[in-house]
Design a protein around this ligand. Structure first.
Ligand SMILES: NC(=O)c1ccc[n+]([C@@H]2O[C@H](COP(=O)([O-])OP(=O)(O)OC[C@H]3O[C@@H](n4cnc5c(N)ncnc54)[C@H](O)[C@@H]3O)[C@@H](O)[C@H]2O)c1
Length: 434
């Protein structure tokens, strides 16, 4: 199949780089977003999201005239849907008394409906949003078939998940292997023809539900493996072992690779996607469900560690270092570090939080300060929540001059291997009780 014109619905972290990359590879692309501010910002030469290299790419695409932005789709050869798929905040499912989170697929449904008036014979529609199994066949196809056209017969329909890493999106979009699941083999082939325009990684063709499962399996695999690392940390503390040393040794086994424990799992993917499996089949997913429970409980575990370090928490002052969900990014979505701060505040702790990648953090209910010095200056203890390179690099002799605190609590093994005791600090580490 050949393509001249493409319509991309959703101009966020995934849709905008995708639309711009197709445009700089010669396609005429209409980028569509329901948020008028997004459309307005892009039309005025601005950018509403931060991703390295994206500004240059978007500018090139807009300047060439190959990319235009709009609040409405247009007729095109192909349509890509890249809209959010969070879970509901205000409702959940219940299986045998166990509550689970439900995928909010309203944006996918409404983006699909928006395509309906423009769908023509031989078009290709691709869903990229992370979705529960069977979404393409059971949600997207029936909506599109309201046009009178039959999916897989009159038009092609495929699912192709995005697996890029924020911070590396532009490179990974092109270089990563890509899976394309068609609701028919011809739909998968049409999808391959589209993405082969710029994808240099391997393109694997399969059916739509397999492709949906692939994406969810990747993130669920990581969630479950982090959960077992977190349980190992708890076990190590109980038995007087250093979990980090034990993990290092165990991982020398040629068939073992244990991930790192920490204050929990966050971000908008790994802490969200496993719920799509649980919600779709709660009766056969006890492992995935329990891994979510273990990881979601980890911030409480950190609070217990802080209690052990400080005794009573009431009125204590703590410098909390790092708020993002993982090292060296500014993304605070679903961050367990933020949860730890909230929990400590609920226990009467006065927390001064500092996020080096977002010094102007403005989260409701959290006192964030704009500098490391401000966080440290009156603290009773220093709590390392994110293994940012900049925080990991702090040396004992520097820290001792910046804070009256002499208690350090390290939840990410960022400060191992330094002579903290020599500088007068007492260190408490997650996963270590010796
Ligand atoms: N960001 C990532 O790193 C990443 C990685 C892999 C997969 N994903 C998945 O990709 C999908 C998109 O994520 P994102 O990070 O780009 O989201 P985002 O929130 O950055 O952007 C989504 C955009 O879609 C727009 N939108 C919402 N409903 C719409 C509609 N009906 N029609 C047109 N536009 C609409 C929103 O206004 C927003 O601008 C999600 O399913 C996500 O889980 C994201």
């Amino acid at each position: 199949m050949t393509f001249t014109k493409l319509c991309v619905l959703g101009l966020g972290y995934i849709g905008l780089p995708t639309a711009s990359t197709f445009a700089t590879h010669g396609l005429q692309v209409v980028g569509v977003d329901v948020n008028p501010q997004v459309v307005e910002t892009l039309r005025n030469g601005g950018l509403h999201i931060h991703e390295p290299g994206l500004r240059t790419l978007v500018e090139a695409a807009l300047k060439s005239g190959k990319l235009t932005v709009s609040e409405k789709p247009e007729e095109a050869d192909a349509f890509i849907i890249a809209v959010p798929t969070p879970f509901y905040d205000d409702q959940c499912g219940d299986y045998a008394g166990q509550k689970y989170k439900l995928a909010d697929m309203r944006a996918v449904a409404s983006a699909t409906e928006a395509i309906l008036p423009y769908l023509r014979n031989n078009n290709l529609v691709v869903l990229e949003s992370t979705s529960p199994p069977c979404t393409t066949a059971d949600l997207v196809a029936p909506i599109l078939e309201r046009s009178g056209l039959k999916a897989g017969v009159d038009f092609y329909l495929a699912y192709s998940p995005e697996r890029v890493l924020p911070g590396q999106i532009l490179r990974e979009l092109i270089e990563n292997a890509r899976v394309i699941g068609g609701i028919t083999p011809a739909s998968a082939q049409a999808g391959r023809d589209l993405y082969a325009i710029f994808v240099r990684g391997e393109i694997l063709q399969t059916d739509a539900t397999t492709a949906e499962m692939v994406k969810l399996m990747e993130n669920t695999y990581r969630d479950v493996n982090i959960a077992i690392a977190n349980e190992f940390a708890r076990l190590a503390e109980r038995f007087g072992v250093d979990v980090w040393e034990a993990i290092k040794i165990a991982s020398l086994h040629p068939r073992v690779k244990i991930l790192s424990p920490g204050p929990g799992v966050g971000g908008h993917c790994i802490s969200v996607d496993p719920w799509f499996f649980v919600a779709a089949a709660p009766d056969i997913t006890p492992l995935i469900y329990n891994a979510r429970q273990v990881n979601d409980a980890q911030p409480h575990y950190v609070v217990d560690l802080v209690k052990r370090a400080l005794g009573s928490l009431q009125g204590k002052k703590i410098a909390a270092l790092g708020l993002s969900y993982k090292p060296d990014v500014d993304d605070l979505r679903e961050s367990p570090a933020v949860e730890v701060v909230h929990l400590l505040q609920n226990e009467g702790v006065l927390v001064q939080a500092f996020e080096p990648f977002k010094p102007d953090t403005d989260l409701p209910g959290i006192t964030a300060v704009p500098s490391l010095a401000a966080a440290l200056k009156e603290a009773d203890a220093v709590l390392l929540l994110v293994n940012h390179s900049e925080l990991r690099a702090l040396m004992p002799e520097k820290l001792v001059a910046m804070t009256p605190a002499r208690i350090l609590i390290d939840t990410v093994n960022g400060w191992a291997g330094k002579d903290w005791a020599g500088a007068g600090f007492k260190v408490f580490r997650l996963g270590v009780r010796k």
